[in-house]
Design a protein around this ligand. Structure first.
Ligand SMILES: [Zn+2]
Length: 111
């Protein structure tokens, strides 16, 4: 296991992990509920992190991260109709509760 990415937002971590897993790179998100321990640990340890299982996947994972950072899609966030958490507009399912976001409307665009 090795840490490949430290995210600012929980859904950033999920987005990266999801992309990695799609490509066959086994990835996991840690510290997704880190806010409860902030104060006890350094901020970079408390932030959401993406770890990959196999270090031999690092090179490919780094490429995915570059792609992720450059793409940084300005897709509008959507609020989950079930739990109210905000997910990226590119998500089909709520990262938090798994509810479909098909009926959710982006807050910043119309149509
Ligand atoms: Zn939800």
């Amino acid at each position: 296991m090795m840490r490949i990415y430290v995210a600012r937002q929980r859904y950033d971590a999920w987005l990266v992990a999801d992309r990695l897993n799609q490509l066959g790179i086994r990835a996991h998100v840690f510290n997704q509920h880190a806010s409860s321990i902030v104060g006890d640990v350094p901020p970079d340890v408390a932030q959401p992190q993406v770890w990959i299982e196999r270090e031999c996947d690092e090179e490919r994972a780094r490429l995915v991260l570059v792609e992720f950072e450059t793409a940084a899609a300005p897709a509008p966030d959507v609020a989950c109709p079930a739990c109210g958490e905000t997910s990226p507009g590119t998500f089909d399912l709520c990262w938090n509760c798994g509810n479909s976001l098909a009926g959710a409307s982006p807050s910043s665009i119309t149509g």
